[in-house]
Design a protein around this ligand. Structure first.
Ligand SMILES: Nc1nc2c(ncn2[C@@H]2O[C@H](COP(=O)(O)OP(=O)(O)O)[C@@H](O)[C@H]2O)c(=O)[nH]1
Ligand SMILES: [Mg+2]
Length: 184
């Protein structure tokens, strides 16, 4: 799904893959995407879904602020395993679309408290908002202004890929084992 001709990064982190960033307009999704990728792309307002290489998807805030877009959001994330939800450190408004986890109960949701450098940041309250909405820790506190937390989040996302590769191999092996048993 790297078909967006406007996005043409060389991959600094080829193992970083398979997540979609969701959160309110201005919560810092695009800035965090570019920081995770170490991309030098310019930060412009995201007007459309942006597909980076390796199944990394940045969504426009309209997906959240306008319920009419929920359907588009749901189809965008259908094939992606992990949702990275951004809760700005200076906001207590929760903006993960309510239907999302009902439609996709198996998605992994990672809670990020973004913009921790802001003077009115209250990371404790932001973490509580995540917990109150059933997003499980660990939470990642990030700032693209200072760089706080970006490397930790990147490592965590990469570790999900590594463990998935292991699981996939085990599952394939198990399937082969079952298949060969059933031959007898
Ligand atoms: N102080 C601060 N500003 C940020 C941070 N992340 C993003 N911003 C700013 O917040 C605004 C919205 O960021 P953007 O990534 O476009 O948000 P999006 O709408 O969720 O994609 C921009 O002006 C960014 O420069 C951060 O960690 N700290
Ligand atoms: Mg954006």
């Amino acid at each position: 799904m790297s078909g967006n001709p406007d996005v043409n990064e060389h991959l600094v982190h080829p193992d970083l893959a398979d997540f979609v960033l969701v959160g309110d307009v201005g919560s810092g999704k695009t800035a965090l995407t570019l920081a995770l990728l170490e991309s030098t792309d310019e930060l412009l307002k995201t007007q459309a879904v942006v597909f980076h290489p390796s199944h990394i998807v940045d969504t426009p805030g309209e997906f959240i602020s306008r319920p009419a877009y929920y359907g588009a959001l749901l189809s965008t994330i259908a094939e992606i395993d992990t949702v990275v939800y951004l809760q700005p450190a200076n906001s207590r408004a929760f903006s993960l679309p309510p239907g999302l986890l009902q439609v996709y109960p198996d998605k992994r949701v990672i809670g990020v408290v973004s913009k921790t450098d802001l003077p009115d940041a209250d990371t404790e309250s932001a973490c509580r908002v995540l917990a109150d909405h059933n997003i499980s820790p660990p939470y990642f506190l990030t700032s693209t202004a200072t760089g706080e937390g970006v490397a930790d989040l990147r490592s965590f996302l990469i570790s999900l890929q590594t463990s998935k590769a292991g699981t996939g191999a085990r599952e394939a092996h198990a399937e082969r084992a079952v298949a060969s048993e059933s031959e007898y």
